[in-house]
Design a binder for this molecule. Structure first.
Ligand code: PEP
Ligand code: MG
Length: 905
């Protein structure tokens, strides 16, 4: 079977085979070659070889195919691999299915043996040839021979100091010759043998190392964070070298076919003249813009032909790949080569804008646009920003430290950490953190993940920091070159301002401003249009795009989306975000209001039913009023109201002072109250006297709540509304519990109807949150109108992990791979999920029109939503601020085979 695919001179064996086989880079190279885009020739070794090799350590079988491709490459370039004169030099790069920027290894200038140096020197100059050799020795030895990069750096730095050279560029050919000699000596000393000068040995060493780099620690961390499966593996691309560092008519750069931060349709990118490969991405020098900005330094102004070539590539790739592309290019002596194209990483803002604009441009269809935005990315659009007035005041007060390039939008404010390690530690203590680095590298990934915002002082909008932050949806400012960072002193400074580790710093990732100290935040543009109405919808293009996209998503999805809302205000927000009903109203949340908790406590300490009823009578009108407010907000949409669930002692004070005050308020002695608190305390309250067990033992509590619901329904009907209350019984484990409480609800409904002379419709259902209830779903469903999975408790009780205490061990479980995810965030499909499937089937078999939903936290998690869709549930219910995410996730779930998520990853 063919595993090596050649590309070059308009011929691409792998064209159309896709990134599963060839990896993103390999597939892009093949497809670009087929489109006639100038790509240096080369070949791709497919991804399936990677894991085979990691397992067996054997690449022997691949050799004939690679030899064949190498021969073609020699013919195409007119050069000889290992030849002394006009040696063919290649790059060896990784390329996984989904891009993993900087996480795996790359080797450049391979084939540049000691014998080949004079030939290259004759063609391109001695200094250039020696510099290439030096870079090759360093990269190869670091990656393949395990000689640390830092030891090479040290030798180079020493030479620079000796020669008082400001940068590497000031070293002469003579200096570099001596450095190369020292490098070779270092390798001999460290490995016990000379640097391998057989180009084929070099090639196989490099191919093996790149395959192995799939398994290095930082790649593993990246995969875990981005949920990239271990078994994908990486491809290896071997490609003829082109040089962007062959003098001032050469350059290397990166371009985006649209702005990756805002999504605006403008050609966006940067380049560095006389630079090689990774220099731009590594963020070591701050690059120049592509398009003319009047400074005279842009590519458009300095190399107009190459710029024009790039513009036509931009058109070709957008039309062909029908998505925003991220291009890497090199200009060698004015000749343009494109080294890579891939779907560009983008912020949530850009994702929404690009998807909707591409529909308007006729490039993609509406369904495709829906698939192009990751549900989780919508969260960014709702994230807060700094209020303009506050920010201006801070700037006036001379707190503006610097301006950098806006690389990840949003507002972030946190304590400064100068290393990734400190960022993780400080964030672990619950502090928001801003990670400040000169530049980031793949080793910083955990710190970047822990930080609220990221600031670098070097590098451009395509530097490692920018690309990774964008992928994570983090606020990020890069290239704030006016700031000096001293990691050793734990200090940063700019102008005459200074800040130390732990001081507050505010980053505006939309404008690039870096401000000393704390700043408050305010709602995002979407919220200003939707919720506070401080912005007219027609004034916000972003809001327009957001609404269009969600409109298309609604057309596609089958799952209903409701919200968990406890108050009329929450209900309003939920409705404005498009919730089709309320899936969970936790009535106990209403109990904590200032004017209510007294009556609740009075009810709890009461010793007789009569006394309890006195207290409940005070609560009833307040609850009724809340429900009327919610019905008013929700109109005809269903509202599921859950009866009291938590253990009663949660409502009682525990501190001495509070106990005394409460006792005074209740008119009883502190001693008596203490006795009651003691009597109510349980060793295991989550498994104790809570949920429907309260309704069984104190029926008057549930009776009062149900009465408040139905009286509110009557009141709402009188106001011309048609509410549909759904009364939900929590924590049911047996049919007996449910049936008994169902009678109580029906009796109360009859009473309210009789008293008011009004009829109203309602439903009675149960939460399924105890494994026994899931298993006995058939009998429970008999008199039940709906099930709502309480997956928080169902997860707790299925695993036997306390939902309040699991944080002490879950991170270690996940780290060790014992669990793939936190089961309280993403549904455990094989275990808890099976209970959901069983209960749904048994419940529906017993009662055909049983409505089934979910109201645990998982109702707002995109991966869980996909599962609930597949399990045939009717709806999910989540927090109001996740309703948009759930609408989009439900659409993705309905689009079978949608690869929307990975296509933008
Ligand atoms: C649940 O258990 O999933 C649920 C929604 O109820 P609560 O979180 O209030 O226990
Ligand atoms: Mg629960």
């Amino acid at each position: 079977m063919k595993r090596v695919f050649y590309f070059g001179e308009g011929i691409a064996e792998g064209a159309g085979l896709g990134k599963e086989k060839l990896g993103g880079k390999g597939a892009g190279l093949a497809d670009m070659t087929a489109l006639g885009i100038p790509v240096p020739p080369g070949f791709t070794i497919e991804t399936s070889v990677c894991l085979d090799y990691i397992r067996t350590g054997d690449l022997e079988g691949l050799k004939p195919e690679v030899e064949q491709a190498l021969a073609r490459l020699e013919t195409a370039t007119g050069r000889k691999f290992g030849g002394p004169k006009n040696a063919l030099l290649v790059s060896v790069r990784s390329g996984a299915r989904s891009s993993m920027p900087g996480m795996m290894d790359t080797i450049l200038n391979l084939g540049l043996t000691a014998a080949a140096v004079p030939g290259l020197a004759a063609a391109a100059g001695e200094r250039f040839a020696l510099d290439c050799r030096r870079r090759f020795l360093q990269m190869y030895s670091d990656i393949v021979l395990d000689v640390p990069r830092s030891e090479f750096e040290e030798l180079l730095t020493r030479r620079r100091v000796e020669k008082s050279a400001a940068s590497d560029a000031d070293l002469t050919a003579e200096d570099l010759r001596s450095v190369v000699g020292q490098y070779e000596e270092l390798v001999r000393k460290k490995t016990g043998r000379p640097f391998p000068e057989d180009p084929r040995e070099q090639l196989w060493g490099a191919v093996g190392a790149v395959f192995r780099s799939w398994d290095n620690e930082r790649a593993k961390t990246y995969r875990r964070l981005h949920r990239i499966p271990e078994e994908w593996g990486t491809a290896v691309n071997v490609q003829a070298m082109v040089f962007g560092n062959r003098g001032e008519s050469s350059a290397t750069g990166v371009a985006f076919t649209r702005d990756p931060a805002s999504g605006e349709k403008r050609f966006y990118g940067e380049f560095l003249p006389n630079a090689q490969g990774e220099d731009v991405v590594a963020g070591i020098r701050t690059p120049r813009p592509l398009a003319s900005n009047g400074s005279g330094t842009s590519l458009e102004e300095t190399m107009p032909e190459a710029y024009a070539g790039l513009l036509s590539v931009r058109d070709l790739v957008e039309k062909s790949f029908r998505d925003m592309q991220d291009l890497e290019f090199t200009i060698e002596e004015r000749r343009l080569y494109v080294l890579q194209t891939r779907n560009g990483k983008r912020t949530g803002f850009a994702a929404v804008r690009i998807a909707t604009e591409m529909v308007s441009e006729g490039l993609i269809g509406e369904d495709e646009a829906v698939g192009r935005v990751e549900p989780e990315q919508l969260v960014q659009l709702l994230a807060p920003v700094f209020p303009l007035r506050e920010k201006e005041a801070a700037i006036k007060a001379d707190r503006l430290l610097a301006r950098g390039l806006p690389a990840g939008p949003g507002a972030a404010c946190g304590r400064i950490a100068f290393t990734a390690k400190r960022a993780v530690e400080m964030a672990g203590k619950g502090d928001p953190v801003v990670l400040v680095r000169v530049e980031t590298s793949p080793e910083d990934i955990a710190g970047m993940n822990a930080a609220a915002g990221i600031l670098t002082t070097r590098g451009g909008a395509t530097s490692h920091a920018a690309v990774v932050a964008r992928g994570m949806g983090k606020t990020c400012v890069v290239g704030a070159g006016d700031i000096t960072v001293s990691e050793e002193r734990g200090e940063l400074s700019a102008r005459d301002l200074r800040a130390k580790e732990g001081d507050f710093l505010s980053l505006d990732g939309t404008t690039g401003e870096v401000i000393l100290g704390e700043l408050p935040t305010e709602p995002s543009e979407i919220l200003r249009v939707l919720i506070d109405r401080s912005l007219a919808p027609e004034k916000s293009a972003l809001f327009g795009a957001f609404t269009r996209l969600l409109g298309w998503a609604d057309r596609l999805r089958r799952l209903g989306v409701r919200a968990n809302a406890d108050t009329p205000t929450d209900a309003r927000v939920a409705r404005l975000f498009g919730a089709e009903g309320i899936g969970l109203c936790r009535t106990e949340h209403m109990f904590f209001g200032e004017n209510r908790i007294g009556a609740v406590r009075q009810m709890i300490v009461a010793e007789s039913e009569k006394d309890r009823r006195v207290a409940l009578a005070k609560l009833l009108p307040m609850q009724r009023e809340d429900f009327v407010g919610i019905f008013r907000e929700m109109g005809e949409r269903p509202v599921t109201i859950r009866l009291l669930d938590p253990p009663l002692h949660e409502f009682l004070p525990h501190e001495d002072e509070a106990v005394e005050k409460t006792a005074r308020d209740l008119g009883i002695s502190a001693e008596k109250l203490r006795d009651r608190v003691r009597a109510l305390s349980e060793s295991n309250p989550m498994l104790g006297h809570r949920g429907c067990r309260l309704g069984i033992t104190y029926p008057e509590i549930y009776e009062t709540q149900v009465r408040a619901i139905f009286e509110a329904a009557v009141e709402a009907r009188r106001q011309g509304l048609s509410p549909v209350p759904e009364v939900m019984i929590p924590l049911v484990g047996t049919k007996g519990e449910f049936d008994r409480l169902k009678v109580l609800v029906d009796e109360t409904a009859k009473e309210v109807s009789r008293e008011s002379g009004e009829t109203f419709s309602y439903h009675v259902g149960t939460m399924i949150e105890i494994p026994r209830a899931a298993l006995r779903a058939a009998e429970i469903a008999e008199h039940c109108d709906f099930f709502s999975f309480g997956t928080n408790d169902l997860t707790q009780m299925t695993y036997g992990y306390s939902r309040d205490d699991a944080a002490s061990f879950l991170p270690e479980y996940i780290e060790a791979g014992i669990l793939p995810d936190d089961p309280f965030s993403t549904i455990d499909q094989p275990g808890v999920g099976e209970l959901v499937t069983i209960a749904t089937k048994r419940g529906r078999d017993a009662r055909k029109n049983l409505k089934v939903g979910v109201c645990g936290e998982h109702g707002g998690d995109p991966r869980s939503i996909r599962f609930f869709h597949d399990a045939g549930l009717d709806y999910v219910s989540c927090s109001p601020f996740r309703v948009a995410v759930a609408r989009l996730a439900a659409a993705h779930a309905a689009m079978t085979g949608s690869s929307g998520v990975s296509s933008t990853a």
